[in-house]
Design a protein around this ligand. Structure first.
Ligand code: SF4
Length: 194
């Protein structure tokens, strides 16, 4: 059976290095799923999607299909808000990973693909152990292979520069946006006190 992989992508910069590897390993049989109900505000979610679309088109033409998942932000908030105080890297992120990967496997089942993966593990702020734990659990349930890889972060930075990609400075959710704003405010305050 010919293998085809569905890659969950959170944004263009994170997708760059992963697609290079998969293009080689799957001989171009790749589809990309953009499903990120965590990203707020909605305009930010749309900006990241448009940038991913631009990158795929500029680099790969129409070779790789891009699927846009639903923006079920209310459901995401319902699940994650009770855990919001855990901070980035805490329990709220586990729930956020789970929701996105579960959707990925559901889409993979509908499309009849053999493998799935995610770009999330490229970020040094993400917990690869958790991603693999969820991926392997769902793989057993769905009978679809979980492709685990440590993507090359430095390569993603290189490609992002080369293609002049928009690179956000917060993970995506309103909680991470608030934490980013607090960090910036604290930095500015320190400067004023010097
Ligand atoms: S910090 Fe990132 S991974 Fe964690 S809950 Fe927010 S969007 Fe999801």
């Amino acid at each position: 059976m010919k293998r085809h992989i569905l890659l969950h992508a959170c944004c263009a910069p994170c997708a760059t290095a992963a697609i290079e590897i998969l293009d080689n390993d799957f001989d171009g049989d790749i589809s990309v799923l953009y499903y990120n109900p965590n990203i707020a505000p909605r305009t930010e979610m749309e900006t990241r999607f448009e940038e991913l679309k631009r990158y795929l088109s500029e680099r790969y033409g129409d070779k790789i299909s891009l699927i846009k998942g639903e923006y079920d932000a209310t459901e995401w908030l319902h699940r994650v808000a009770p855990l919001s105080s855990s901070g980035e890297g805490g329990k709220r992120c586990f729930e956020c990973y789970y929701m996105r990967l579960h959707y990925l496997f559901e889409q993979a089942k509908e499309l009849g693909v053999t493998d799935v993966s995610t770009t999330l593990s490229i970020s040094p702020h993400k917990d690869k152990k958790w991603l693999d734990e969820i991926g392997n659990l769902l793989a057993t349930h769905y009978g679809i292979s979980w492709y685990s890889h440590s993507w090359d972060y430095r390569r993603s930075v290189e490609l992002s520069k080369e293609y002049n990609l928009y690179r956000q400075d917060y993970c995506g959710c309103i909680f991470s946006l608030k934490e980013r704003n607090e960090r910036v405010a604290a930095r500015e305050l320190r400067k004023l006190k010097r």
